[in-house]
Write a protein that binds this ligand. Structure first.
Ligand code: 2BA
Length: 107
């Protein structure tokens, strides 16, 4: 058993979760925000048999798109410095962690 954590853009989250559900995967959505942009994103937790991990990753890849975001210097961004020009960053498609699960119980 593996636990897939995937941080996805807020605008992609519904498509990902609907596609996962239609494909027979259970997921849990957590409302999160990135430490750099401080923007809202969604972290999905998906418990899955090891042999299905690649299917889950493929679904996430198909549903998540990368975007350019322009951050104005006045916004509350965690740069550690104060830029004088707008900063462009590419966000996503998705950031994925796959973690071993020692034990899984659904009681
Ligand atoms: P944020 O931390 O808000 O980062 C948003 C985007 O800003 C990143 O997109 C990246 O393009 C840029 N960025 C982040 N840190 C940077 C830095 N120190 N200098 C310059 N640019 C930086 P993504 O890489 O697609 O990440 C999207 C979100 O995924 C992140 O939001 C964060 O919530 C999560 N994430 C990414 N890598 C992670 C990691 N290693 N551990 C935990 N969460 C991660």
């Amino acid at each position: 058993m593996k636990l897939v954590f995937s941080i996805v853009h807020h605008d992609d989250a519904q498509t990902v979760t609907q596609t996962l559900t239609k494909s027979g995967f259970t997921s849990t959505r957590l409302s999160t925000s990135g430490g750099f942009l401080m923007a809202r994103n969604i972290t999905l937790m998906i418990g899955v048999d090891e042999g299905k991990v690649q299917t889950v990753i493929d679904i996430i890849r198909d549903c998540c798109h990368s975007r350019k975001e322009l951050i104005s210097p006045s916004e509350d961004v965690n740069y550690g410095y104060y830029p004088t020009m707008p900063v462009e960053v590419v966000v996503g498609g998705a950031t994925i962690f796959v973690i071993d699960v020692e034990r899984f119980e659904h009681v």
